[in-house]
Ligand binder design. Sequence first.
Ligand SMILES: [Zn+2]
Length: 506
Amino acid sequence: MKKALFPFCFILTLSFFLACTSTPKETYDLWIKNARIIDGSGSEPYWGHLLVNADKIAKIDTDTTNTYLATEVLDAQGRVLTPGFIDAHSHGDPLKTPEFTNFLAMGATTIFLGQDGSSPATKDLGAWMDEVDSLGLGPNIAMFVGHGTLRMISGIEYAKDPTEEVLLKMDSLLIDAMKVGSFGLSTGLEYNPGYLAGGDELNRLAKITGEYGGMVMSHMRNEDDQFMEASLTELLAQGEYCPVHVSHIKIVYAKGESRAKEILALLEKERQDGKTVTADVYPYEASYTGISLLFPDWVKPPANYDEVVATRKAELEAYLRNRVNLRNGPEATLMGSGDYKGKTLKQIAEELNKPFEKVLVEDIKLTGSAAYFVMDEDVMKTFLKDPNICVSSDGSPTSNHPRGHGTFAKIIESYVINEPLLTLPEAIHKMTGLTAKQTGISDRGLIQEGMVADLLIFDPERVKATATYENPYQLAEGFDMVFVNGKPAFKDGELVGKYGRVLRKK
Ligand SMILES: [Zn+2]
């Protein structure tokens, strides 16, 4: 027994000896070397080593002559190393597609769901988050609680003037959601039942959201050119109580940089007055949503569609004719679902041999979704350049629009490489550090020691958004390695691991 102690004492002595003469070398889980680091803050790239332990960035070393001990060593071969992208506005059902490969393939390692006023229809968002967390997720998922959903589950539903009793129920459901880690409240005021809410209801909810450290993220009441100021005024009033954020900012059918600058000036004025006002934008000229967006409120629930059509058909047709023509005409509406998927409203009208407004009233009705080519690239580019606007996809794995598979790749391919609208560090900042700051994620979005290791390795010249309106489900190319929580999640065009988590607002 005595002899056996000897080697133990010897090892201790040896360790002590090492400690006295040079620092003992720590073994890291992962060492990424030969990387050009773009840290997500907007700063210039630099060469460095990055070391990961468990799910965290343990060390960054700009002395590239140093060497390290690590279980895994990855030679980036001069490619860029950035934080994983954070998608401020995303769609999809993690219970159906927990891997979300479309997002990982375009570099998105965190996505925000519960958008446009619509979140899972449950009174216990915490239990839903726990269930989702147990599935094995591709990217991380962060949640907003939807105002429309709160209306439905509190019993307010389609009431225009809800009683104090049901409003209190909605208040407490919002508080419950904030307590379990929702990042705030989303509103979808162009949708049903969101559009039924007035300013008092929205301000009241914004106040609670602010008290719990959250923000209001809003698909505004109307994104058409002539309604932009009114829509923004309504949202900015909520900015008295909490940070407010314009989702997928656009000006439907407006053209030119100057109109976009007017809107940006309006937001900047509010910032000067002390409010926190931000926005996100996606790099496409078509929006995508339910066809019911074209129809007036008076045909939607609680109204009975067939009854309205029986009595006000001519009026409805005139409304739709006018609205669609304002929105660049029937050739600018491309059906994305249902029997007419892939055809424009103009083509369908020719096929059925009747005016497009009759096609809408008699054949399409309120069902299905479409892409609407109603946005001007100059307006979008002006928004994209604004330092307070981050990038979102507004995409999902299943919606018939290329943004769900292409957005973040398209930013790099189209607006950094092909046309230098943004520098690479600026573009990366708008997809990482800026988004984290705006949404309230405190431990991701930057390459810094102590941050969570959501990371991308890629050559910007090889990044391609291959999804098109004809083939919207093609994965983006060029993101060679995607790490989620320190582990490889997507590599060489394939999903290789599911390490995403549900993020709860701290
Ligand atoms: Zn929306």
